[in-house]
Write a protein that binds this ligand. Structure first.
Ligand SMILES: [Zn+2]
Length: 246
């Protein structure tokens, strides 16, 4: 469905797909390799799938066409995820993940008889990643900046542990206020030709942060923050550039 809004975007900005702008949503991981383990013994992939399933109709409502890299219960490789976005000639790519932390932040625990992990000290918040090897690094940063800004308005702090100078982390922090990092070799960001961002919605081995993102009101607010960032992308990111700090 082409709305007045998307027609305006296409006519005046010219850079988005004429008929209807298209975003590829990528729910990270798969049922065989579920990613991070949450404090309630639930793997990250389930949080990613739920978030993407809720986000998709909201983006469609503002006139974007949404293509998913994988359906729930489907396994696809990182290369296939990139291929979906490039073959569709998508305008934007957004990968949804839920975060963990290095081992020294975690301790073993149990939840309803399931062995799992929890953070030793509170460690929560959202973070965003872009790659300078992506086809559109400046616009990727601009989209990350808009998402990060809108999430910060919710009163949510950025997760800054990925900047710690230790093995497995040490990511250059481009924006400490919004938790935006540069991670050039993330496959789905590096291989995509369109602006691409990876969002870590929250830190699931952290009891408080897991409860926050499991709360439908809070989760919907984060989803709305993303929808508004995508909606403002055309005016904020195509017509003018936002300068990176690093
Ligand atoms: Zn992940």
């Amino acid at each position: 469905m082409k709305t007045f809004y998307t027609t305006l975007l296409a006519l005046f900005l010219g850079e988005l797909s004429f008929a209807q702008p298209l975003i590829v949503l990528d729910a990270g991981h798969n049922p065989q390799q579920g990613g991070a383990l949450g404090v309630r013994g639930i793997y990250e992939v389930d949080y990613n799938d739920r978030f993407v399933a809720e986000l998709k109709p909201q983006l469609e409502k503002i006139g974007w066409q949404v293509v998913l890299t994988r359906k729930k219960n489907e396994t696809v490789t990182l290369t296939e995820r990139v291929q979906v976005a490039n073959q569709q000639n998508a305008d934007l790519f957004l990968s949804i993940h839920h975060d963990s932390a290095q081992e020294h932040y975690l301790q073993a625990t149990e939840f309803l008889g399931k062995k799992t992990y929890q953070t030793r000290t509170p460690l929560g918040g959202s973070s965003l990643f872009i790659s300078h090897l992506n086809g559109q690094p400046e616009k990727s940063y601009c989209l990350a900046n808009a998402i990060g800004h809108n999430i910060s308005v919710l009163g949510r702090s950025p997760a800054l542990h990925h900047a710690e100078p230790i093995a497995g982390e040490n990511r250059p922090l481009l924006n400490a206020e919004y938790g935006i990092y540069r991670y050039d070799n993330l496959a789905v960001l590096r291989g995509t030709q369109m602006p691409a961002v990876l969002l870590e919605v929250g830190v699931i081995p952290d009891k408080a942060d897991e409860a926050y993102i499991d709360n439908p009101t809070h989760r919907k607010a984060i989803e709305k923050a993303i929808v508004q960032a995508v909606q403002s992308y055309a005016t904020e990111c195509i017509s003018r550039s936002v300068t990176q700090t690093k």
